[in-house]
Design a protein around this ligand. Structure first.
Ligand code: BG6
Length: 437
């Protein structure tokens, strides 16, 4: 039954058509083990089953434990794996842990030290699926595989950076999980900060996993910490009320299953971060994410500074700043906006775009999880989070998290489903003369 279940799912979801011969070969390797996570015997049985398999095949196979499970169960599983010596070979045995990795900095520290009792750091694969997205990985190639962008990649040339991950979906069937999580922990602490790291990191000396992860940790360390008295100045939280999305009526968050009538959980966050290092001093990094927003759209905008003295500074020439837009999803492209002469008898300027579009390429684009699971199988840690990365990321959001938990937001719900979030999210940029793209 389990094999059939896998085959049905492959046929439904795979990008490729299932080849019957390949499938028959593959399915002979699939077995099912019924497991109780708190029963020591289950782990012993599993080990025996794996040992038998190894004996038949004359090998010691790799073991990859994939924990897509609430953080509360991780200690039980990890301790039992240790007791049963199921993952005793640091070169062959690995564990994948899904987010959320803990629920704050302290719990992440505890989880890391608990895992360290059973696993070497090189065995631990902490997933952030945004790092597996083609468009996010491409930031590295775009920045460091070209000579023309990197000289402009600093506070002399860049005015601001925006990162938006807007979702059309609400909390769906996950209301009770989301009630205890909220957008800050669900999206900002991980996905948005990881994207920010890709944009802001210094060039790594090589593509070694630890070299890249070191450069990302450097970024997280330099993000200026927001103090409790400045929370309202640097960040905005929102919660959706009812509204309309694509002409269809949408429930408010408090009407979702598993959600409290007076919930204080945020479904929207906008925040402004500064990085205290030479390259990024004084450049605001705006991040924004929300559920039940107007459209599903994830993108990064790098807005360049205005030209200091311009040949075209007098009206009627309206100069738009140069922008580089990296669309992560559902559009997958890179757009460079620049000014050109509008064809005609008079000299007027207009902005145009130069576009690299993934969908125009012949190559087949893998899903984020395809990349990540394959990397975990072959033992490449580059796209996974190291313990210090997760801890620093929690540290970045710590004050917002504590302040918001301890101070109820009386204006909730403060944005309509199907909108771009609360007005305060726009005001965060307006006061510096910036606007969300
Ligand atoms: C998950 C969050 O990590 O990312 C979800 O827990 C969110 O709440 C999802 O919907 C978004 O992922 P994607 O790939 O659809 O943008």
């Amino acid at each position: 039954n389990f094999r059939d279940y896998i085959k049905n799912n492959l046929e439904t979801f795979s990008r490729h058509q299932v080849n019957e011969n390949d499938w028959r070969n593959f399915e002979s390797h699939i077995t099912y083990h019924k497991h109780e996570i708190d029963s020591e015997d289950s782990y012993i049985n599993l080990k025996e089953q794996l040992n038998d398999f190894d004996a038949i095949n004359g090998t010691r196979s790799n073991r990859l434990f994939y924990l897509s499970i609430g953080p509360d169960f991780i200690s039980t599983i990890s301790n039992n794996i240790k007791k049963s010596s199921l993952a005793a070979d640091p070169k062959k045995d690995r564990i994948i842990i899904e987010k959320p990795f803990g629920h704050d900095k302290n719990s992440a520290l505890e989880l890391n030290s608990l895992l360290a009792e059973t696993f070497e750091e090189e065995q631990i694969y902490r997933i952030d699926h945004y790092l597996g997205k083609e468009t996010v990985q491409n930031i590295l190639a775009f920045r460091f595989g070209n000579i023309i962008f990197e000289p402009l990649w600093d506070n002399n040339h860049i005015e601001s950076v925006q990162i938006t991950v807007a979702e059309e979906v609400g909390v769906e069937t996950r209301g009770s999980f989301y009630e205890g999580t909220g957008a800050l922990k669900d999206m900002v602490q991980n996905h948005l900060l990881q994207i920010l790291c890709m944009i802001a990191m210094e060039p790594p000396a090589s593509l070694e996993a630890d070299e890249i992860r070191d450069r990302k940790v450097d970024v997280l360390k330099t993000i200026r910490r927001i103090t409790p008295d400045k929370v309202a100045h640097y960040a905005v939280r929102g919660q959706y009320g009812k509204g309309t999305i694509n002409g269809v009526e949408a429930k408010g968050y408090r009407e979702e299953n598993g959600v409290a009538d007076d919930s204080n959980t945020e479904t929207f966050v906008a925040a402004k971060f500064y990085l205290d290092n030479k390259r990024w001093q004084d450049v605001p990094f705006y991040v924004r994410t929300g559920k039940k927003m107007k459209e599903k759209q994830s993108y990064i905008t790098i807005q360049f500074k205005p030209i200091p003295t311009s040949t075209f500074s007098h009206s009627p020439h309206q100069l738009s700043p140069n922008k580089l837009i990296i669309n992560i999803q559902p559009l997958m492209d890179i757009r460079l906006q620049f000014m050109t002469k509008k064809p005609g008898l008079t000299l007027k300027l207009k902005p145009v775009e130069m576009v690299f579009d993934y969908f125009a390429c012949d190559e087949d684009t893998p899903e984020a999880y395809e990349n990540l699971l394959l990397d975990a199988i072959i033992g490449d840690l580059t796209l996974f989070m190291r313990s210090d990365q997760v801890e620093e990321a929690w540290d970045v959001v710590k004050t917002l998290q504590e302040f918001w938990e301890n101070n109820k937001e009386e204006s909730f719900p403060n944005y309509e489903a199907g909108s771009w979030g609360p007005d305060e999210g726009n005001a965060l940029l307006d006061r510096q003369g910036h606007h969300w793209d």
